[in-house]
Structure formats: C-alpha cells, structure tokens
Design a protein around this ligand. Structure first.
Ligand SMILES: Cc1cc2nc3c(=O)[nH]c(=O)nc-3n(C[C@H](O)[C@H](O)[C@H](O)COP(=O)(O)OP(=O)(O)OC[C@H]3O[C@@H](n4cnc5c(N)ncnc54)[C@H](O)[C@@H]3O)c2cc1C
Ligand code: SF4
Length: 510
C-alpha cells in the first residue's frame, strides 16, 4: 500500500490553491492542521488575533473535508496535543505511518528552521500566493546600492500590467502620493467596515480564547472580523464600493475615535490567505476603469499591495534570519508601560494604544508616526518594539511586521528600507490629526513643562544622531536649521528632553 503523506497547512495558509494542497492527492494524503500553544504564545498575541486565526482554521478545515480531503485537525484542548507544530507533525506521522511531509514554506525563519530540523523528509514548496518570489526580489536587489521600494514597485507594475497603458503608467505618473495627504474635513463621515456576528464556530473559539489567553494585552470582545473567504470577500466588496474612492485622499489622516477611516482593513485576510493580492488589485483597477474611484486612490492602494507588501516580504527573506536583531542606532530603552495600556498624558499615543487594545488594529500612519515615531525618538530597544508590533495587531506576521518595524519605523537596519528615519515633531501630528486638541501637552510649545514631548525628543534624536545623519542629503537642511538657532534655545530644548526622558525612565506618568 502507498503510504500517505502529511500535508501541513498553517494558520496563515488558508487558501484552497496553496502550493502544498496543489500537489497533494485527496485519496492518498492527510492534511494536518494544528492549533498549538507554542504559536499562540511565542509572543503574547492579541486575543482577537488568536481568535481570528483559530476560527478561520476551523472553518477552512470544514471546507476541506466537504471537498473530500482527510483532515487531521488538532484543537488546542485536545489531550494528545503536543503544543507545537513540530510535535504535532511527528505525532501525526506516527499515527498515519507517514514518512514524508509536504508544506508550503512558512513566512517566518523560526518555523522554516523548525521544519528543517524534523527527523522526517520535509518538502517545503514555494509560497506562490505572492506576486513576486524571494528569488525575484534577490535578483532585483543584487548589486544595487539602495533597495528603494519605488523602483521595485515599478518593476512589479510592469510585470503585472496593473495600471499600465502600454509601457507607460496610467495617467502618466507612477505615483500619486502627493495627492494623498489631506486632513479629514470636520463634516466627513467615514463608512464603517462590515462586521460579523460570531456564529457557532467563532463562538466556541471565543470561549476557548477567553479561558486561555485572558492575560494577553487586548480586548477580545466585541469580535467582528471575517473568518472565512465568503465574509472576507464581503469586506473587499464593501471597500471597493463604499470606501476606495476616498482611500487616497485621507490615507495619512488620523481622527480620534475613528480607527478605520477610509482604510481597507483587509490585511488580516490577505495575510492568512482568505484574500489574494492580485484579486484585490484587479478589483481596484476595475473600479478606476469604471469611474467608481479616482486614480490617486487606486494607484495608492495598488502601490501598498504590489509595492510595499511585496517589497517588505522580499526584504525579510533577502536580509536573512538576523534581521530582527538589528539595532543600528544602538537603542536600548525598555518599552514604557503605556504601550501596554498604562496611563500617558500624550493623547496621540493614548488614542492609538487604546484603539489597538480594543480592535487589534491601527492604520499605517498611526503605527508609523505615533507609536513608531515615539519609539524611535525615545530610543526604545527595537527588538522590544518589534515584539510589541508582532503581538498587538491582528495582521501581524513576522515577514511583514519585521521590515515595517525594524526597517521602516525604527531605522534599526541602518537604512536598508528607509532612506531616512521616519521621525517628526508634534507639528506633523497636529497637521494630520485632531489628537492635539485637549492634550495635556501643548503642541506649539518648544520648551517648558507643557512642551509636546515629540517636539523635545525630535531635536534630542537629531542631535544625538548628528554623526550619522547630518550629511544625509535628505536631512542636511534639518541640521542647518537647527544649528542656526540660538545656542541657549537649543540647550533649553535638549535639557528639557533629557529631563522628560528621565521622568519616563523613573516610571512617572508622562
Ligand atoms: C511599525 C509597523 C508595523 C506594521 N506591521 C504590519 C503587520 O504586522 N502586518 C501587516 O499586514 N502590515 C503591517 N504594517 C503595514 C500597514 O500598517 C498595514 O498593512 C495596514 O495598516 C493594514 O491595514 P489596512 O488593511 O486597513 O491597510 P490599507 O491602508 O487599507 O492598505 C491596503 C493594504 O496594503 C497593504 N499594505 C499597506 N502598507 C503596507 C506596508 N507598509 N507593508 C505591507 N503591506 C502594506 C496591506 O496588505 C493593506 O491591507 C505595519 C506598518 C508599520 C509602520
Ligand atoms: S501635543 Fe504632542 S503629545 Fe499631545 S497629542 Fe499633540 S503631538 Fe501628541
């Protein structure tokens, strides 16, 4: 008799066309899916993220069985559950007398190594749910002095034909970002993304998560995420029909009490396999061609998906397993307790952390220019920052989170991703949000007890990194402006910044 093979399907590989399933044989092979404590706790993931992955896994397993597959599914509470992916593979290999495992390559070095270390034959197939492969990225990157996303993006536009008119970009420009920085007018009302009432499967998962992960940061309820492909398609439909047209205009804006604004909120579904990148981009392009959404919005979205998303995955695999330990600026300050919900007087940080706790979601500019900006200005340990981002967001998987955090946000890779650090004073936050209204701090104050900490820390960052950045062509002007200031004024700003950091370090509420 031909031995069965085990087909491993991980919690972020929930797609019927995944490469491991494509080469499997229904009559012969056994699909294994495992809920394991090791994956749920290697960082303390937000309870809504754990619930999303487990619920979507359970529904995907049901769909596979209905389609004729044999599925060995380990629930978290199963007595025999060994608690880890390698443990479950070994257990099932013995149960089914299988000595070959077929997997789609995991999106994380940690799991790739764990599969390679198994005492079994493991075939790791390419994960071809992406528009580009790590090899394609490496070919592009090899020999370049700088790995700028924009150049990679143009190559992927040409490859896919998205928003192309012959060899030229639609509308004559590759990038319409300059039109995408508008603050939200007071009377604008953003549409809410669809929300889904828990069904029996989701309800059961929520009970388990409530029992097991109550101490993790984040509220479990209300849980409203889509948990199967049909629901995820509903989210996509809603976005294309009601939201996309203004996605570009207000992409960088932030409004207190409005977590989603005109964002798509599709990253969790793209990242676990319920939606595919090209189907999202094609739908967006069709909307532009049909006159439903303007070019700045559609190009902006497509750039995020075939540009940034593909690019960060390329970086993750190109830079190698040590990427998450990089610390180019030698930052070591521990993560302040307000990142885990303790009180802070900075209303921008408090708003973003509060929203993250409630919804496991913050949009890009909130992640980059509020929490990320603060972490970089204050010199927080980038590894602790990386673990925080990996823990608290529903869409967080290392291949996408790490280059965004270590690279784009914290400059800890020394400039591989970002040509200059993403830092700003309070002025940017005040321009792009309404957070400063009513804040304990005064965004206009440059010194003194009420000076906005972003104003103080910005110059502290600039001064303490003078050797590294003053000759950066994109930053020289900042140093020239700073150096022209009165020496006494500069001293006062830096002194206040040092005092403020001292209060932060002593655990005072700041
Ligand atoms: C410090 C930091 C950490 C981040 N961590 C993650 C993460 O763990 N997982 C994650 O998916 N994204 C991450 N991002 C990128 C981005 O913030 C999210 O993809 C986005 O906020 C998801 O919400 P949305 O679907 O509403 O996105 P939209 O703003 O509506 O954008 C549409 C889609 O574009 C893609 N996209 C946009 N920006 C990026 C980007 N920079 N990198 C990769 N894809 C992008 C996403 O798939 C997203 O769903 C991070 C950004 C920063 C600055
Ligand atoms: S004043 Fe400063 S700390 Fe307060 S919300 Fe504005 S930017 Fe944030």
């Amino acid at each position: 008799m031909v031995k069965p093979r085990l087909i491993l399907v991980l919690g972020d590989q929930l797609c019927a066309e995944i490469s491991s399933l494509r080469i499997a044989e229904k009559e012969r092979d056994v699909v294994i899916m495992a809920e394991v404590m090791a994956e749920a706790t290697y960082v303390s993931h937000h309870p809504q993220k754990i619930a999303l992955v487990l619920a979507a896994m359970r529904k995907f397993a049901v769909a596979l069985r209905e389609d004729g597959w044999t599925v060995a599914y380990s629930k978290l509470d199963d007595e025999a559950n060994t608690g880890s992916i390698p443990g479950e593979i070994v257990r099932h290999a013995s149960e089914f007398e299988a000595d070959e495992i077929i997997a789609t390559t995991p999106g994380e070095w940690r799991l790739i190594a764990a599969l390679n270390d198994l005492p079994l034959v493991v075939r790791q197939l390419p994960d071809d749910r992406f528009v580009t492969s790590p090899k394609e990225f490496a070919n592009w990157a090899e020999g370049r002095k700088e790995l700028r996303m924009e150049w990679f993006y143009r190559q992927v536009r040409r490859k896919t034909g998205l928003l192309m008119e012959g060899n030229a970009p639609a509308g004559g420009k590759w990038n319409y970002d300059s039109q995408n920085r508008k603050p939200v007018p007071e009377d604008a009302r953003p549409p809410k993304p669809p929300s889904f009432q828990p069904d029996a499967v989701v309800g059961d998962v929520l009970d388990r998560v409530e029992d097991r992960f109550a101490e993790h940061f984040g509220e479990l309820y209300p849980f409203k995420f889509a948990t199967d492909r049909e629901q995820a398609l509903e989210v996509l439909d809603h976005f294309i029909t009601h939201t996309l047209a203004r996605f570009g205009d207000y992409q960088d804006a932030m409004v207190a009490g409005e977590p989603w604004l005109w964002h798509a909120v599709i990253s969790p579904y793209l990242n676990i396999g319920l939606l595919q990148p090209m189907e999202v981009c094609r739908r967006a392009e069709e909307a532009w061609r049909a006159g439903v959404a303007p070019l700045n919005a559609v190009e902006g979205l497509i750039r995020q998906i075939i540009g940034w998303r593909e690019y960060v995955r390329g970086i993750y695999f190109f830079e190698g397993p040590d990427y998450t330990s990089r610390n180019a600026l030698d930052h070591s300050r521990p993560l302040p307790a307000f990142f885990w919900g303790d009180e802070t007087h900075m209303s921008c940080v408090s708003e973003v952390v509060g929203q993250t706790r409630n919804h496991a979601y913050a949009h890009h500019i909130q992640r980059l220019m509020i929490t990320g900006n603060f972490a970089l200005l204050a010199g927080l340990d980038p590894r602790a920052v990386h673990h925080w981002y990996l823990s608290v967001y529903v869409d967080a998987f290392e291949w996408v989170e790490a280059p965004n955090t270590i690279g784009m946000s914290q400059y800890a890779d020394g400039g591989v991703v970002a040509s200059k650090p993403y830092v700003s004073s309070g002025n940017y936050i005040s321009k792009m949000s309404d957070y400063c209204t009513g804040c304990h701090y005064d965004v206009r104050a440059k010194t003194g007890a009420r000076a906005c900490p972003f104003n103080l820390l910005y110059w502290h960052f600039i001064e303490r990194n003078r050797d590294r950045f003053q000759h950066n062509p994109r930053m020289a002007v900042i140093y020239r402006g700073w150096d022209k200031r009165d020496a006494g004024q500069r001293k006062a700003v830096l002194g206040d910044a040092t005092d403020w950091l001292g209060r932060l370090d002593s655990g005072e509420t700041v």
